[in-house]
Structures are given as structure tokens and as C-alpha cells.
Design a protein around this ligand. Structure first.
Ligand code: FAD
Length: 399
């Protein structure tokens, strides 16, 4: 197979006005993605997502040195507390890499410092920032699925402990994690809560470890929690808080899915463009064919729109816009940008032709990997429900 040079050294040309600090973070993240992660994608793809131990350790060490694990940590706790725009600039660049190689460090989020007690922050959250602990989320269940309000797992108070019971699906990174965030209903309080549960606590059993479309070192197993006893001090938040912090958590996740999807789309467009310019078909470059030009034009236009809305949503959060409007906009970002990236991956694969169907090709990998961004952190349909409810309640001007 002839090989075509990649365009990894080029910078995205669709410029967004960013502060010097955001540009510096963007450049650092890009350099890290290009030098530390991207060269190992195919190796990871062909090896179940796993890199040699020394490479993983080096990547994690460098990410922590650069400060990536502290970008959303309040300064009072030794973090960098970057504006969201700067965080988006970082995650956009890390999103250029396949096989989740950028998941090599843990990233504590601001909501954790609002929701957790001082003891929990010392024991779980700050060690994540320092690269000592890794977490995973045990929220979704097979019955309620998207309807998180219908969660059936229970936490029942018994003396100074809670007894946890329930089955959790898709617990991402549980094979690598030190502790779970476990969500349960509290029948005695008619409320839900999160609990911090250490791996290896008696009563936790992995019951399935299905294969998924992508090739990641992080798996998504199913777990049974049967009479798992945890001290009451492991409960996150206060009685009656209605888990209000989860709204800030969802906003953050949805915005960063937007950021990563923009990065993935930019890489796909760059690589597909280079290929189209170099591949000769019927005596001329593929890029001379109008059918190919139209696909590239649609990709570039949709990416431009996606970047504008992602950075604007982050800017709106940084300037402290109304929370309901921010929540709605993060749903719009997640919906539009994840779907945009899927369309771009589909077109890029088509431009590569048969080469695009090979697992060593970036378009093939992203074609599989980006699909889940339309599912997790609230499916596209759930985002549309949020947006429609906002429109109907608040009107277009206040969305
Ligand atoms: C690879 C992967 C990793 C994941 N990681 C985690 C994790 O770490 N922790 C965790 O807790 N969860 C995780 N999830 C779960 C993920 O968040 C859920 O899959 C997602 O929320 C959808 O739930 P569901 O799969 O049960 O789909 P369902 O809720 O069964 O939905 C099926 C279909 O029906 C649609 N639908 C559902 N309700 C409505 C409605 N009211 N109106 C219109 N359409 C509707 C959905 O959009 C979807 O198309 C992961 C999932 C995957 C695939």
C-alpha cells in the first residue's frame, strides 16, 4: 500500500480569537498530542488499546507535569482553575488522538470540590490530581438507562454505614480504577446520592466485560454490588441537596465532548485533504473532483460552526451567564458537535476509499470511536429533549 504523509505538523487554520494564555495552552496540548500520543495510535489499536507500561507511564507523567490534571481544580487546593475557554483549547487538541490515549491521567473537576467533604477531597480527589488514584462512574443501569431519575440501586442506612445494592452497566475504566462513584436511591430520604466506594470492597463483583466498537485500554464492565457496606462518611453531598452538583458535572462533560469532537474533526479534515491532494485518480489528484471538494467543503463549514458554538458556550460560562441558559447551550454543543464529528468521520472515510476501512487509518478508528459521543453523557435524543423543553419554557431569546 502506498503511504501518504500525514498533516500532523499543521495547525488548524480556522482561527478563533483566543487570549495569549489560551493559545499557549493550545500549543502545549497540541505538542503533547503530536509527540507523546499520536505516534502510538496504531500500536494501541493492534494491541487491545494497551501501550507498553513505560510508554503509558511516560505519557501520564508528562501530562501531570504540564498541569493537565489540575486545570479544573480550584487554586485553593493547589490547582490551576483555568477558565473554561482554556480548558476547551486543551481538550480540543487532545481530541485529535484516537484510542483514548489522552485518558492517561485523571482529571478532578470543580464540582467535586463543591460536593465532597474535606476528608473526601484529601483521600480521593487530590490524589487524582497528583496521579495517585483513578476513578470510575457507576451510574447507568440496564432498566432506567437514559432516565437517571429512575435509578434502582439502593443505599440503606444501617448504624454508621450505608448498605449498597444494585447492578451497574458500562462502568468505564473500572478495570483501571481505584474507586467508584456509585449512584443510589435512598429509600429512607426519597432522594439520590453518590458514594465513594473503594475497589475491592466486599460484595462488589464484575459480572460481564463486553467488547465495544472502539479499542481502548479502558473497559466498560458490568458490576453487581451486593450488600456493600460503606461508612456514612463516603456519602457525597448533603441530605436534601438533590445532587445539584450533577448539573455542573453534565455541563462540563458535554462541553468537553464538544471540544474533543472539534479536535477529531479537524484532524480528519486535514488528513483527508492531504490524501485527496496526493492520490491520483484518472490522471489527476482526487481533490480536483467536485464530489470530493463538496465533502471537504461541508466538513470545513460544519467544523467552523461547531468551533464557534463550543468556544462561545465556554466563554458564556466564564462570564457567568444564567445557569439554565448555560445548561441548554452545553446540550446544544454536545448534540451538534458530536453529530458533526460523526458526519466528518463518515466523509473522511469515504474520501480514503478502501484505505479508510483499514484499522491503521485514522478515519476508520474515529468512525468507530466518535459514535459513542452521540450516546454517553446523555444521548442525542436526550439533548434534544432538554433543548426543546428550554425552548418551550423560556423562549428562543433566553435559551
Ligand atoms: C462505551 C460506553 C461507556 C459508558 N460509560 C459509562 C460510565 O462510565 N458510567 C455510566 O454510568 N454510564 C456509562 N455509559 C452509559 C451511557 O451513559 C448510556 O448508555 C446512555 O446514557 C444511554 O442509556 P442506555 O444505553 O440505557 O439507552 P436507553 O436509555 O435504553 O435508550 C435507547 C434509545 O432510546 C432513546 N431514548 C431513551 N429515552 C428516550 C426519550 N425519553 N425520548 C426519546 N428517545 C429516548 C435513546 O436516545 C436511545 O436512542 C456508557 C455507555 C457506553 C456505550
Amino acid at each position: 500500500m502506498p503511504s501518504f504523509p500525514t498533516t500532523t505538523q499543521k495547525r488548524a487554520k480556522l482561527k478563533i480569537e483566543l487570549s495569549n494564555s489560551a493559545l499557549e495552552w493550545q500549543a502545549q496540548a497540541r505538542e503533547y498530542a503530536d509527540e507523546y500520543l499520536q505516534p502510538h495510535e496504531v500500536e494501541a489499536e493492534l494491541n487491545g488499546g494497551v501501550l507498553p507500561t513505560e510508554v503509558s507511564a511516560r505519557n501520564k507523567k508528562r501530562a501531570i507535569e504540564l498541569g493537565f490534571s489540575a486545570i479544573d481544580v480550584p487554586k485553593a487546593y493547589g490547582g490551576l482553575e483555568l477558565p473554561l475557554v482554556e480548558q476547551v483549547a486543551i481538550w480540543e487538541q487532545l481530541g485529535r488522538v484516537t484510542n483514548a490515549l489522552s485518558w492517561c491521567f485523571s482529571e478532578p473537576q470543580k464540582w467535586m470540590f463543591e460536593a465532597c467533604s474535606d476528608a473526601q477531597i484529601d483521600q480521593y480527589i487530590l490524589p487524582m490530581m497528583r496521579g495517585k488514584l483513578k476513578d470510575c462512574y457507576a451510574i447507568t443501569e440496564s432498566g432506567p438507562g437514559s432516565d437517571v431519575a429512575g435509578i434502582e440501586a439502593t443505599a440503606v442506612k444501617s448504624g454508621d454505614d450505608y448498605i449498597l445494592n444494585g447492578e451497574k452497566w458500562y462502568v468505564t475504566s473500572a478495570n483501571l480504577a481505584d474507586f467508584f462513584w456509585f449512584q443510589a436511591r435512598l429509600p429512607d430520604e426519597d432522594d439520590d446520592a453518590l458514594f465513594l466506594v473503594d475497589q475491592g470492597t466486599p460484595g462488589i463483583e464484575m459480572t460481564a466485560n463486553p467488547l465495544f466498537s472502539h479499542t481502548y485500554a479502558a473497559h466498560h464492565p458490568t458490576y453487581d454490588f451486593v450488600n456493600v457496606s460503606v461508612p456514612a462518611s463516603k456519602r457525597v453531598g448533603q441530605s436534601g441537596d438533590n445532587m445539584a452538583y450533577t448539573r455542573s458535572w453534565f455541563r462540563h462533560e458535554r462541553l468537553m465532548i464538544g471540544a474533543r469532537s472539534c479536535g477529531a474533526a479537524a484532524r480528519l479534515i486535514e488528513e483527508a485533504t492531504t490524501f485527496a491532494q496526493q492520490r491520483i485518480v484518472a490522471g489527476e489528484p482526487l481533490s480536483e473532483k467536485q464530489a470530493i471538494q463538496f465533502m471537504l467543503a461541508d466538513c470545513a463549514t460544519e467544523l467552523w460552526a461547531a468551533r464557534l458554538m463550543t468556544y462561545e458556550a465556554a466563554t458564556a460560562d466564564d462570564r457567568g451567564d444564567d445557569l439554565k441558559a448555560l445548561h441548554n447551550r452545553c446540550s446544544m454543543v454536545k448534540l451538534f458537535v458530536s453529530e458533526m464529528a460523526n458526519r466528518v468521520a463518515d466523509r473522511a472515510l469515504q474520501i480514503f476509499g478502501g484505505r479508510g476501512y483499514m484499522r491503521e487509518n485514522v478515519a476508520e478508528r474515529f468512525f468507530r470511536e466518535l459514535r459513542v459521543d452521540r450516546i454517553w453523557e446523555g444521548t442525542s435524543e436526550i439533548q434534544r429533549l432538554i433543548i426543546a423543553r428550554n425552548l418551550l419554557k423560556r423562549g428562543l431569546d433566553d435559551m
